[in-house]
Design a protein around this ligand. Structure first.
Ligand SMILES: [Fe+2]
Length: 194
């Protein structure tokens, strides 16, 4: 693939954007591989927990799968902490951002709020209100977020659990991330729209 020749956007031509769009499609199609590669970076990061973040991620996904969760939810479970190394104080936003174009908005909400909901199990140790999640009781994603945290996330620090390997989940991530982002894929037009 060739490259665009402009030096600034306001001098670009439709031919440039066709080239860029072709690159983008290829790059987007390879995104699941890069995401899974990044997940491997969580290996060895224990942060004082009984298992590292990679094992925790696999274990959370394994529990979701064994509880009969749908594939999209299992992928959410696998990737929910992927932002731990890049944004430790705000890590849920990273996973929410990665998956948002491909999943139900309620699942994006679930990932985005899992830290607060998970806090039900430990916030009191910090002098914080463990019931803080109750302010969202009427939200349509409340029940799924409670289930995600209570049944899968907060339980997944067991070094003796029979956790499935990453290979088991790779096709699931590929299927979810090969969906059309946001359900719509604008392509470069031959003529500029007015
Ligand atoms: Fe987690």
């Amino acid at each position: 693939m060739s490259q665009a020749t402009f030096k600034r956007f306001d001098e670009s031509r439709v031919e440039d954007w066709k080239i860029i769009d072709a690159h983008f499609q290829a790059y987007q199609n390879d995104a699941s591989r890069r995401v899974l590669e990044h997940l491997l970076r969580l290996k060895g990061d224990n942060h004082g927990y009984p298992v590292d973040r990679f094992e925790h991620s696999l274990q959370t996904a394994t529990r979701a799968l064994r509880d009969g969760a749908d594939e999209e939810t299992v992928v959410c479970a696998l990737l929910h902490d992927i932002g731990d190394d890049l944004a430790p104080a705000n890590h849920a936003e990273i996973a929410a951002g990665i998956l948002e174009p491909f999943i139900d908005p309620l699942n994006t909400w679930m990932i985005r709020h899992h830290e607060l909901f998970q806090g039900y199990h430990y916030r009191h140790f910090y002098g914080l209100d463990p019931e803080a999640r109750e302010r969202y009781r009427d939200h349509p994603a409340y029940a799924r977020t409670v289930r995600f945290c209570d049944d899968w996330d907060q339980r997944s620090f067991d070094p003796d659990y029979d956790t499935l390997p990453l290979e088991h989940f790779v096709p699931m991530v590929e299927r979810i991330m090969s969906r059309v982002p946001f359900g719509d894929a604008p392509t470069v037009q031959d003529k500029e729209s007015a």
